[in-house]
Design a protein around this ligand. Sequence first.
Ligand SMILES: [Zn+2]
Ligand SMILES: [Zn+2]
Length: 240
Amino acid sequence: MGIYLEFVLDLLLPRACAHCREDLGRADGPLCRSCAGSLPPPLEPACVRCAGRRGGPSPFCADCAGRRFSCRLIRAAAAHRGPAASLVHAFKFRGSRPAVKAAGRIMAAALTLHPELSGFDALAAVPVHPRRERERGYNQAELLAREVAAATGLPLLDALERARAAPPSWRLGRVERRVELAGAYAPRPHVESLVSGRSILLIDDVCATGTTFEECAAALRAAGAADAAGYAFARAGSFT
Ligand SMILES: [Zn+2]
Ligand SMILES: [Zn+2]
């Protein structure tokens, strides 16, 4: 079903929880109280660098051990399953702005779980390709970042742009994705004065492999950023 038709149906039909489809009645959505209270916490045990799944005694996952990254740290507000995955689906594939606002508020509230994300100077949203933004009507990462900016008082910098389109990430494995995304993000012209010497927290909806955050962080550092980390609404845990 097209995003527009779903949007119209959303206006006409009784409002239902985005996860369990329970009638919301007069409650605020997009999740019912029960689903909102059962958001899956970020993965455990998690890699201390990328918050991805790890096994064994090392604090790092196999991908992060012994490597240096432009994106020093990745954290998420929730694991990408259950009600969190339903929220993502609602704003990514069904064009629901209330869902993206709710996810942004959850991200802002969950910052207290991650004290290592405090002390950043500014936020920057991961850009989507202009064609995808037109189809959806918004860049979901930017709307999430606005909610985090409103809650933290941090400035939201319009720092990055998509240099070229990439296929949807779920079609690609980790190595393919790294090759595909190399050079896909670039600092906006004349952004150096905003970025130079500053520590920047990147915001995205879903982190699957960490490659998008890494490419964006590399672009920020190329523009002079002193530090970069990534904060996603949902962390996917199954790596390929
Ligand atoms: Zn529900
Ligand atoms: Zn890792």
